[in-house]
Design a protein around this ligand. Structure first.
Ligand SMILES: Cc1cc2nc3c(=O)[nH]c(=O)nc-3n(C[C@H](O)[C@H](O)[C@H](O)COP(=O)(O)OP(=O)(O)OC[C@H]3O[C@@H](n4cnc5c(N)ncnc54)[C@H](O)[C@@H]3O)c2cc1C
Length: 367
C-alpha cells in the first residue's frame, strides 16, 4: 500500500482543477472514485494487514485536508466510506472484517445510513427495523440524505433490533432497496446524496453487525470517526480559501494599490490565517488523542469538528468578501467552498448538537 505522500500526490493529480466541473454536473466520474477507493484513499486508517494504508489519524487528517481543499464532494465520499470501514472495524467479528475490509480497500464504495425523515439530530427517534426471519435478517425503513448512495456498492444501515440496535451491511443491488437522488443540494453537489427506501430487504444473518447493542453507542462510535474526518475537510476548505484570498489580494489593485495593502482587507487575510491555524491545531490535537485513545478523545473530536466547521463557514464568507465579484460565479473554488462549508455545520452533529455535547462534557469536568 502507498504511504501518505503518495496518496496526497494521487489525490492532487486525479482531482486537479476538475472539481468545479464535477460540482456543476452533480457527478464525479466513476473511474476517479474507483481509483481513489482502490488505493485506500477513502479509508486511510484501515490497517495494512486488512489491505488498507494503515495511516495514523494525524497522517490521514492531512490527506483529508488535501482532498477537502480540492473537492468537497470527494471529501464527503471519503468521510462516508471511512465511517463505513470504521463501523466494520469496530463492530465486526474477525470473519466479517476479513470479508468486508478487503472490499472497501480495493475499489468498492460504501456509505452510512443513520438519518431518517423524522430522525435527524434526534437519532433516538429512528424507526428503521431489523428483524430475524428464518436464518436471515430483514430490514424495513427510510433513510435520508445518505452521502454516496448514488455511487455506493454497500450501505451500512442503522436500525432497531430486538431490545437494542444493530447495523446491517446492505449491498445496494439487493431486492427491496430503492435510492432516489437528493435533487439540487446546496453544496457538495457531486457527493451522490440519496434518499433510501428499504422494503423487506432480506440478507444472510452474517450481514448483521453490533447486534443488540445500545443505539447511542453504535451511532457515537461511528459518528466520532466522521466528525474528525469532516473537521479535517474543513481545514482543507480554509486552506483553499486562504490561498485564493491571498493570491487575489496581491494581484488586484483598487485605489492605486493592491487590495492587501488596504488595512481592512489585510485584516480579512489575518482572520483567515488564524482560522486555518486554529482549525489545524485542534484537529491535530484530536487526531493525536484518537491515535493514543486518550480518555478524552471523543470530546476532543467534537471540539475539533465544532471549531473547524464554524471556522470554515466564516472563513469561506471572508474569502468571498476579499474576492468579491471575482469569486461570485458558480464554478469558482471559493464560491463552492462557501456553499460546501455551511453544510459542515449541519452534518455529523450540527453546531448546536456539538454545543450540547460539549456543555455536558464541561459540566462533568469542571463542576
Ligand atoms: C450534505 C449532507 C450530507 C449528509 N450525509 C448523511 C449521511 O451520509 N448519512 C446520514 O445518515 N445522514 C446524513 N445527513 C443527514 C444529517 O446527519 C442531518 O441533516 C443532521 O443530523 C441534522 O438533522 P436535520 O437535517 O433533520 O435537522 P434537525 O434535526 O431537524 O435540526 C434542525 C435545526 O435544529 C437544531 N436542533 C435540533 N435539535 C436541537 C436541540 N436539541 N437543541 C438545539 N438545537 C437543536 C439543529 O442543530 C438544526 O440547526 C446529511 C445531511 C446533509 C445536509
Amino acid at each position: 500500500m502507498a504511504d501518505q505522500a503518495e496518496l496526497v500526490g494521487l489525490v492532487t493529480d486525479l482531482v486537479g482543477e476538475r472539481a468545479g466541473g464535477w460540482d456543476r454536473a452533480g457527478r464525479i466520474p466513476a473511474e476517479v472514485i474507483r481509483a481513489l477507493a482502490a488505493k485506500g484513499v477513502l479509508c486511510p486508517q484501515v490497517p495494512a494487514d486488512q489491505g488498507g494504508p494503515g495511516l495514523t489519524a494525524v497522517a490521514a487528517g492531512e490527506l483529508t485536508a488535501q482532498l477537502g481543499s480540492l473537492c468537497g464532494s470527494l471529501r464527503s465520499l471519503q468521510t462516508a466510506h471511512g465511517m463505513a470501514a470504521w463501523a466494520v472495524t469496530r463492530l465486526g467479528s474477525r470473519e466479517q472484517r476479513e470479508v468486508y475490509l478487503p472490499q472497501l480497500t480495493s475499489g468498492a464504495l460504501a456509505g452510512v445510513a443513520f438519518s431518517e425523515p423524522q430522525a435527524g439530530s434526534d437519532l433516538a427517534a429512528m424507526t428503521t427495523r431489523i428483524r430475524d426471519e428464518g436464518g436471515m435478517v430483514v430490514v424495513d425503513g427510510h433513510k435520508s440524505w445518505v452521502t454516496g448512495a448514488g455511487y455506493a456498492d454497500l450501505l451500512l444501515v442503522f436500525g432497531r433490533y430486538r431490545d437494542g440496535a444493530a447495523v446491517v451491511a446492505v449491498p445496494t443491488g439487493t431486492a427491496g432497496v430503492e435510492i432516489a437522488p437528493v435533487t439540487d443540494p446546496l453544496g457538495c453537489r457531486a457527493a451522490g446524496h440519496g434518499q433510501v427506501t428499504l422494503t423487506g430487504v432480506r440478507l444472510p444473518a452474517d450481514h448483521l453487525f453490533g447486534a443488540g447493542q445500545d443505539l447511542g453507542m453504535l451511532v457515537t462510535s461511528t459518528l466520532t470517526y466522521g466528525r474528525l474526518s469532516v473537521a479535517w475537510g474543513c481545514v482543507g476548505i480554509l486552506r483553499c480559501c486562504l490561498a485564493a484570498a491571498v493570491r487575489h489580494a496581491q494581484i488586484r489593485h483598487q485605489f492605486g494599490k493592491p487590495l492587501a495593502a488596504h488595512q481592512l482587507v489585510a485584516r480579512h487575510l489575518a482572520e483567515l490565517f488564524v482560522a486555518e491555524q486554529a482549525a489545524t491545531r485542534t484537529c491535530e490535537h484530536a487526531s493525536r488523542c484518537w491515535d493514543a485513545r486518550t480518555p478524552d478523545f471523543v470530546p476532543a473530536v467534537v471540539v475539533a469538528k465544532h471549531v473547524a466547521a464554524r471556522a470554515a463557514t466564516r472563513g469561506a464568507a471572508t474569502a468571498m468578501q476579499v474576492l468579491a465579484s471575482a469569486g461570485a460565479t458558480d464554478g469558482h473554488p471559493v464560491a463552492r467552498a462557501y456553499r460546501d462549508a455551511k453544510l459542515m455545520e449541519i452534518i455529523e452533529g450540527s453546531s448546536e448538537i456539538s454545543q450540547l455535547l460539549l456543555a455536558e462534557h464541561a459540566r462533568a469536568v469542571w463542576s
